[in-house]
Design a protein around this ligand. Structure first.
Ligand SMILES: NC(=O)C1=CN([C@@H]2O[C@H](COP(=O)(O)OP(=O)(O)OC[C@H]3O[C@@H](n4cnc5c(N)ncnc54)[C@H](OP(=O)(O)O)[C@@H]3O)[C@@H](O)[C@H]2O)C=CC1
Ligand SMILES: O=C(O)C(=O)CO
Length: 313
């Protein structure tokens, strides 16, 4: 069994050694330009087109992350990047669920306890208690109720918040209100005081976080975007902040990353910027899942994390 590995920044030796330990029967190699030797599986993130194009014999391509928008966009821009008919798989959780719970809870509590405003008051040496928000009037809405969204919802319910989620198909999540489909998006948004985005970036969801959507939220709403920058109309958020429709935002992802040094988000008093760190790929847990999936495929079983290329996630 031959396995190819390519990631622009990860330490490839960590992955080569970890895969060899988990799959001793495999020969694992880092792809180099010009390498067209046979391979059964490829583990990739932002692969150069030549790595996989017209490569025959692949039984699976593993994206080294949860979101596959980038690799699907590569295929759109350079057809053949992903050989047709080869299963594309993504990481499902592998430690990203807990990280996302931590990230989102940090900002939910920052906004719910008005710590963002106390931080601004401190800069003015202002000793001024503020009227606390109350959970009864602070409903939280999560866009995306998949692997990450559900874990975040359960953590928030555990803290006593009222939580609703929005997904493509109906969901049954204990203690969480469920809305699905575009027709029910207004009902999901109505009254939502804090909105969390955990959607995949697809042709249906790109640009979904625009001013029209923000205006459907409760006044002085909060936004946490930990999904993709492509979801957010950045200028619309600045307008919503200026108009008071949005009180504050925590953003982990941006239309262009790294965020340009001159971007207004860096200095905006009501915007918090983090450098796409909400939930990172953890090699050990990722390799455990990938190896389990390889073994499933070898045994003719259905692996976890299969991507529907047409659907985009
Ligand atoms: N900032 C960061 O560090 C990280 C960001 N991410 C981002 O988080 C995203 C979510 O990850 P994950 O939870 O694993 O993904 P999943 O595929 O498990 O969940 C996606 C959810 O979005 C819903 N959805 C998809 N399309 C639509 C639509 N058109 N309308 C309504 N709902 C829709 C799905 O609905 P249904 O269940 O009905 O199919 C599902 O509930 C990733 O795609 C990635 O972009 C992920 C990891 C880290
Ligand atoms: O896994 C993902 O999709 C991420 O955004 C982590 O970088």
């Amino acid at each position: 069994m031959n396995i190819l590995f390519y990631h622009p920044t990860f330490n490839s030796q960590t992955w080569i050694a970890g895969l060899a330990q988990r799959l001793p029967e495999a020969q694992v190699r880092v792809w180099q330009p010009g390498d067209d030797a046979p391979a059964d599986y490829a583990l990739v993130w932002q692969p150069p087109r030549e790595m996989l194009a017209s490569r025959s014999g692949l039984k699976g391509i593993f994206a080294l992350g949860a979101g596959v928008d980038a690799i699907l966009a590569q295929e759109q821009q350079a057809p053949g990047t992903l050989p047709a008919g080869v299963p594309l798989l993504r990481l499902e959780d592998t430690g990203m669920g807990q990280q996302m719970q931590e990230y989102v809870l940090a900002y939910v509590l920052r906004f719910f306890r008005r710590m963002d405003e106390y931080q601004l008051q401190q800069q003015q040496k202002q000793w001024q208690p503020l009227k606390p928000h109350r959970q009864e009037t602070f409903p939280i809405g999560i866009m995306g109720a998949g692997v990450l969204g559900q874990q975040v919802a359960q953590a928030l319910v555990g803290l006593g918040f009222t939580v609703r989620c929005w997904s493509r198909s109906p969901k049954q999540i204990e203690g969480v209100g469920s809305f699905h489909g575009r027709d029910n998006l207004p009902a999901f948004l109505k009254g939502t005081r804090l909105l969390i985005n955990l959607l995949p970036n697809t042709p249906e969801t790109v640009g979904i976080l625009d001013l029209a959507l923000m205006k459907q939220l409760a006044p002085q709403a909060y936004l946490i975007n930990a999904a993709r920058g492509a979801h957010l109309k950045e200028g619309d958020l600045l307008t919503a902040l200026e108009q008071g429709q949005v009180a504050a935002a925590a953003l982990d992802v941006f239309a262009d990353e790294p965020l340009a040094r001159m971007h207004p988000f860096w200095s905006h008093p009501r915007v918090t910027v983090t450098p796409h760190i909400a939930a990172v790929t953890l090699p050990a847990q990722a390799m455990d899942q990938i190896v389990a999936n390889i073994r499933a495929i070898e045994q003719g079983k259905t692996p976890a994390g299969l991507v529907d290329r047409d659907r985009g996630y």
